[in-house]
Design a protein around this ligand. Structure first.
Ligand SMILES: [Zn+2]
Length: 285
């Protein structure tokens, strides 16, 4: 049975962007770049969208192990999507560094924190609502994850997003499995799925490689790209060259071949991109 996320209302999102139709190629190509952790650049219909921007070499007790972020690659962002308020997903210094300031879509409860931090152009989106940006439709989806930023608050509802451009892309944020993944977006092109965290073990509310493969069975995308791996580790652990930095995508690909064999899994290392043209995957862009 297909369970579709109902669209409760459409959010007006007047960002001044016009649908881009400069060339046939621009209207048919979706480019995806895995910046690292949960940060992905989605370039579709001429609209540059960044998920959960995190550029820092250090955040809380974590140090970046992936190559430094190429800030040219993350320039001229039109729209930022914030999935939830954990510091490694809603990182205020990274958001402040985006120039010019892009529009930001964030879940209920995140907006006051962002506004207080001086982030401009913030708009609240709930699961089931949609917004428009330059011909791209963004739909908020459910996520199953902790609501708290710190142990004692503040709190906000976590969410994911479906980005409907020249291809449809699902960005899960941080989540565990939930029933409504079943048919969440009909004919989904690409699922960006978290397959790990940042340490040797995973806390509740995250997908490990096998559970992420279970998510593919429910979502039924044409392709999947594992994210949330290979980017950060606890300070002091990097000299161990821990396998959790490299193993999760391989385990995900293996599990997906058993559980969801019809889904193509493409692994991008942090910093790598690819483009999707009419169902053809061009890696290494
Ligand atoms: Zn989180």
């Amino acid at each position: 049975m297909l369970v579709h996320t109902p669209i409760a209302r459409q959010v007006r999102f007047d960002d001044g962007l016009k649908p881009n139709s400069t060339s046939t190629r621009e209207t048919t190509v979706t480019r995806l770049t895995y910046i690292g952790h949960a940060t992905v650049l989605i370039d579709t219909l001429g609209v540059r969208i960044l998920t959960d921007p995190l550029f820092a070499n250090r955040v809380a007790h974590l140090r970046r192990q992936a190559p430094p972020v190429d800030r040219d690659a993350t320039s001229r962002i039109d729209l930022v999507l914030i999935s939830h308020i954990h510091e490694d997903h809603m990182h205020l210094p990274s958001l402040r560094s985006l120039d010019p300031p892009p529009r930001v879509l964030a879940p209920a409860g995140a907006v006051p924190i962002l506004v207080q931090a001086g982030i401009q152009n913030v708009q609240e989106l709930h699961a089931g609502e949609s917004a428009e940006a330059g011909g791209v439709t963004i739909v908020g989806t459910k996520a199953r994850h902790s609501r708290l930023r710190y142990p004692f608050g503040p709190s906000a509802e976590p969410m994911g997003f479906v980005i409907r451009g020249s291809k449809s892309v699902y960005f899960a944020g941080d989540t565990d499995l939930f029933d409504e993944m079943n048919g969440l977006e009909p004919n989904l092109d690409v699922a960006l799925l978290p397959v790990w965290g940042w340490g040797p073990t995973l806390s509740r509310g995250h997908l490990n490689p096998r559970r992420a493969a279970e998510a593919l069975r429910l979502l039924r995308p044409h392709m999947a790209i594992p994210i949330h791996w290979g980017s950060y580790s606890p300070i002091g652990m990097s000299w161990l060259n821990p396998s959790f930095l490299t193993r999760p995508p391989r385990e995900f690909k293996r599990a997906a071949s058993e559980i969801a064999p019809n889904v193509e899994v493409h692994v991008l290392v942090p910093g790598a991109g690819a483009e999707l043209v009419e169902g053809i995957w061009n890696a290494g862009t």
